[in-house]
Design a protein around this ligand. Sequence first.
Ligand code: PBG
Length: 324
Amino acid sequence: MLRRPRRNRKSQGIRDMVEETRLSVKDFIFPLFLIDGINQKVEVASMPGIFRLSLDLMLKEIEECLTLGIKAFDIFPAYPETKKDKFATESYNPDTFYLKAIQKIKTTFPEAVVMTDVAMDPYSSDGHDGLVHDGKILNDETLEILGKMSLAQAQAGADILGPSDMMDGRVGYIRSILDEHGYTDVSIMSYTAKYASAFYGPFRDALDSAPKMGDKKTYQMDPANYYEALIEADLDTEEGADFLMVKPALAYLDVIRLLEDNSNLPIAAYNVSGEYAMIKASAQKGWLDGERAMLESLLSIKRAGAKVILSYFAKEFGLLEKNR
Ligand code: PBG
């Protein structure tokens, strides 16, 4: 036998040399759940190790992550039912706690990359990403609200806006509002191929943001569809997106590869709450090695073509790297 592939696997030293994909703390964006108040730390029941934090504790968490080399954070606020309304007004109220928190995070850690989510659900009494009227989600009326929300987040100092709502035309609409107001350097990471997925369950627990009626299938993509992701990618690119995101990650590795092969924009993937919960739950039962399963799935997301990974495992990965 002339060719023996096993020769390149014979020792850790050789395996390290031929390793094609390497994870780094620089790959990650760490999603964080924010709540109002001080000294508040509440674990999300379906996401062991992940907490809703008040601003004071979130600042500590960010500082710790920065020392591990994690530089980017996606801030998701949780609002009580009493603050929600049909129009998600709280999302752009200049005095609301999440906008003040973003401001504080940016002034405390100017080097941190702060991302925010643009969608109505955490602030909406209907629990939908868009405006509900007669049981329907109104697209163009929603854009106006998303525009106000985006501008407020940019004014608070967000570096990257993440429209996760899947309304048509939102990237272009948000881009024009930002530019009109002088925020030409605020980036847009579009949730380009966001699927109507069961894997968002634990996130909706964390934010109490589940839809009150119906589901999100008229705006989020059908898990059966692959080529449709290219239509979304073309539109987001024309409309000025800086990053294209695929979400969830693990059940959609083919879609990550598709976008990576068809776009010159950096591709991001969101390793969502349910993907985190799945590994944590089976590790807690002793059914699989949680650490290895985490590393293998993160690696698969990068191997599929994602340059940026949003993951609840970011800090755990950072701690592991540090202690290696
Ligand atoms: C809000 C939003 C969701 C997630 C990110 N932004 C939930 C949804 O669309 O229902 C999910 C993130 C996760 O599951 O980790 N539009």
